[in-house]
Design a protein around this ligand. Structure first.
Ligand code: C2E
Ligand code: CA
Ligand code: CA
Length: 786
């Protein structure tokens, strides 16, 4: 059925070539052996190239085309080997009908897919599948009808298509990549050899095909290796760039030598080249004292006994300056040498910043002294052991606000600085001076022989404070109230010690000049009492336990009542009457005065409204205003609201402010008083003559009245006393201010005050503060008198 001559016309691909060769061998037994040898050689080369490609893929699996093409080559070798089965009925066996066509189809498809992957393009699986089906069918047709031309054409067209894609597909073609297209073209066209000439040329075609395939295989191998190399170069360049531009120093070193240093490492050490670090490697990374230990650990890292190791500390640069460096080492192989890679971070700035931050957090910027939180830390640390006896002095400058007010904040600051310098001279060895508040200092002293040394310290403190302090505004005598508490005698923890020293300091406040008071438990009891008082007052205000009584003011000439001063009274349940000085102070320290003040102001206005409504001959009422109330910028409008709500004319209301209130914040007080004056409310300066008695203040503030304090009225009717009161009256007259004398207790005082020029008189001589009913009765009496 099948003759030796028709055999070559029927086969497909490599199968056909082998047939031709076998036919050839029938005719030329001599050359047949050569042809067999050649085809074994071709199979071996295909196999080797295929395996080389697969192995290349195994090393670098990103290059999938090496796997695809490798398998394709192996399949070529396998399908060619089938011919060696030497079965004359091969076309009718399973191998001939199914196995070989599948191998052939798979080989072509893998080649096409591999080339696509090589040029970086994806081939749709459906397209490939359709092509595979067509090719397989064609091969079957060839086997059935002996029309090998169709298969050949299909394969050639597929190769041509892939060759064109390969020619155009590479983004940037390397010479090797350019050959892929050319070789594929040749592979597509090489069947022309047998078609164009005669089937005798088939053996040549087989050899040419094998050669082209081999060349293609080597080219693809070359491309794969070239790409791997390029990738390696790119990676190494990238790594080098990263290392060179790294903000972290990188040093590769054995325990003896530095092998490599990046730019940052050179910069950190102030070196120009790695060689400068080489011989000094140990000294610059490890201080002499720690060298033995650090070298042992570093050697462990190099040996792989430790995965990593880090250390840090101050290190000298080449120029001798010191930087604080952090080192982190891990093992590395460097040009075949086992070494360590040390990452170096210059922590100097960060350390300085955190030190500066810490300093700022624990120090006062004006005096440079450690602050309250630093004091607390010291106390907490020392209170841990009762054996560490120490004394704490709380030092508060007396009337510091007055310095600020009278001379400005600049001088105030200078005084604080100068005061802290004076205190610093008294600090004993082991002691620390702190600034714990605006005008408050703390001296921590830890003398070895406790009491005598502390007594000496107290004397030094008082001696130093007796000296005037020189600042640009002049020399000032600064008094301070000092409280001393000892650990553990006065308390066993920081808070208790501070409370004890503070309570003692407040005791000193009650005595004139610079005074040191030792802590006593009763002082703190006083503070506790104050606290209870505050709590009770809070409730008292809500429950309206605080009320007003009214002390009349009389015309010094006629003796008729021309006004009342409203004075607060508190009948504390279970306790009785509490002195206004006491509860007003408590209200001021807690801020309750704002609520209490406006409540009393409302009461006073309501009372005025009642008197007016009930037809009494009404007189103005003076209400005392605390400095804290004046600090509120809305105070004038609040007063206005109260007047409006009670429908009382502003001229019936006088507000009494104290000098200290004005001094606290002169400018704001001036603005507030001006607004009150504009509303038609009178303002009186209370207690004149006890504090600053600044004439400038009388001139600058919009006042209507000056109330001379009882302390200046008491000496009356003495001539000196009278002269003082007279001088104030003359001054007030010049400024257009009315004068009220406070605390007039005797007729003589009343006469002397009148003669000195006081317009109004107030005091027990005329009347003690009266209840509302009595005051109403008195008003009615006035009315009836009139
Ligand atoms: P102040 O404003 O100087 O009030 C005058 C004080 O002197 C009153 O004491 C009054 O009773 C007392 N006094 C009047 N005449 C004589 C006298 O002839 N002899 C003596 N020995 N004392 C006399 P009081 O009521 O105890 O008030 C004391 C201070 O409490 C007041 O001094 C004032 O600073 C404050 N205060 C009283 N009520 C209020 C208030 O409603 N608000 C505010 N913020 N402070 C008030
Ligand atoms: Ca008053
Ligand atoms: Ca007064």
């Amino acid at each position: 059925m099948l003759s030796g001559r028709t055999l070559p016309k029927k086969g497909h691909g490599s199968l056909r070539c082998i047939r031709i060769l076998r036919d050839l061998s029938a005719r030329h037994m001599e050359s047949a052996r050569l042809v067999s040898a050649l085809s074994i050689l071709a199979i071996s080369i295909h196999l080797l190239v295929g395996l080389a490609l697969v192995m290349t893929w195994n090393r670098r699996r990103q290059q999938r085309f090496t796997l695809t093409l490798g398998i394709s080559y192996c399949l070529v070798a396998l399908s060619s080997s089938v011919e060696f089965l030497d079965d004359p009925n091969l076309e009718f066996t399973f191998t001939g009908v199914i196995f070989v066509p599948i191998l052939f189809t798979a080989n072509v498809c893998l080649l096409i897919s591999g080339i696509h992957s090589l040029i970086g393009q994806t081939l749709k699986k459906t397209h490939l599948f359709l092509f595979a089906i067509s090719l397989f069918t064609c091969v079957q047709v060839v086997i059935g009808h002996g029309n090998q031309f169709l298969t050949q054409l299909l394969v050639s067209l597929a190769y041509l298509y892939i060759a064109v894609r390969a020619c155009m597909g590479f983004r940037v073609q390397t010479p090797a990549e350019r050959y892929v297209g050319v070789l594929l073209c040749l592979l597509a066209l090489h069947p022309l050899i047998s078609m164009t000439f005669s089937w005798h040329a088939a053996e040549m075609q087989m050899m040419v095909g094998a050669l082209i395939r081999t060349a293609l295989g080597f080219t693809v191998l070359y491309i794969a290796l070239d790409r791997t190399l390029q990738e390696a170069v790119r990676l190494s360049q990238r790594f080098q760039m990263m290392i060179e531009h790294s903000q972290q120093g990188v040093l590769i070193a054995t325990p003896e030598h530095a092998l490599y240093a990046n730019a940052e490492a050179l910069k950190i050490y102030g070196a120009r080249e790695s060689a400068a670090l080489d011989t000094r490697f140990r000294d610059i990374t490890m201080p002499a004292a720690e060298q033995a230990m650090l070298l042992t650990e570093y050697q462990k890292v190099i040996n792989g006994e430790r995965e990593q190791f880090s250390w840090e500390g101050p290190r000298r640069r080449i120029d001798g300056s010191v930087r604080y460096l952090h080192f982190f080492a891990y093992p590395i192989e460097w040009d075949g040498i086992q070494a360590g890679c040390i990452l170096i971070t210059d922590e100097t700035e960060r350390l300085e910043q955190s030190r500066a931050l810490l300093h700022r957090a624990t120090h006062d910027s004006l005096t440079g002294l450690p602050n309250r939180s630093a004091l607390m830390e010291t106390l907490h640390a020392h209170c841990r052991s009762p054996d560490w006896a120490f004394a704490l002095f709380m030092i508060n400058i007396d009337r510091f606000k007055l310095f600020n007010a009278a001379h400005g904040y600049g001088v105030g600051d200078e005084i604080l600085q100068a005061f802290s310098r004076v205190l610093a001279t008294t600090v004993p060895i082991g002691g620390v001076l702190y600034r714990v508040g605006v005008d408050e200092f703390a001296l921590f002293a830890q003398p070895l022989d406790h009491d005598p040394a502390l007594l000496g310290l107290e004397q030094i403190l008082l001696r130093q404070l007796a000296q005037p302090i020189d600042v640009s505004g002049g020399a000032f005598y600064v008094d301070a109230s000092i409280g001393r508490a000892d650990f553990p005698a006065h308390g066993e923890d920081a808070d208790v010690i501070i409370r004890a020293a503070n309570a003692a300091m407040h005791q000193s406040k009650n005595k004139p000049g610079s005074v040191i008071t030792r802590a006593e438990s009763r002082f703190e009891q006083g503070s506790t009492d104050m606290l209870t008082l505050e709590q009770a007052l809070r409730i008292g205000i809500r429950q309206r336990e605080v009320y007003l009584c009214y002390q009349p003011k009389v015309n010094s000439e006629t003796g008729e009542i021309i006004g009342f001063e409203a004075l607060a009274r508190w009948n504390r349940p279970g306790i009785g009457m509490i002195s206004p000085q006491e509860f007003i102070r408590a209200a001021e320290t807690t801020g309750l005065i704002v609520e209490l003040g406006s409540m009393l102001l409302l009461h006073a206005c309501e009372q005025l409204a009642t008197w007016i409504k009930t037809g009494h001959e009404c007189v103005p009422v003076a209400v005392n205003v605390s400095p804290l109330q004046l600090l509120n910028p809305h105070f004038p409008s609040q007063v206005m609201d109260i007047l409006k709500s009670t429908q009382v004319a502003p001229e019936f209301l006088t507000l009494e402010i104290t000098e200290s209130a004005a001094v606290e914040n002169l400018e704001q007080t001036r603005v507030q008083l001006a607004q009150l004056q504009e509303m038609g409310i009178h303002v009186a300066m209370d207690d004149f003559g006890t504090g600053f008695s600044s004439l400038g203040m009388l001139r600058n503030l919009p006042l209507s009245t000056v109330k001379i304090d009882k302390a200046l009225i008491d000496p009356l009717p003495s001539e000196e006393g009278k002269a003082v009161v007279q001088a104030i009256c003359q001054l007030a007259a010049a400024l257009g201010l009315k004068v009220v004398a406070e605390g007039v207790e005797t007729e003589e005082q009343a006469r002397a005050a009148r003669e000195a020029g006081c317009d109004e008189l107030q005091g027990y001589f005329y009347s003690k503060p009266l209840s509302t009913e009595d005051a109403s009765r008195m008003l009615s009496g006035t009315q009836s008198d009139a």
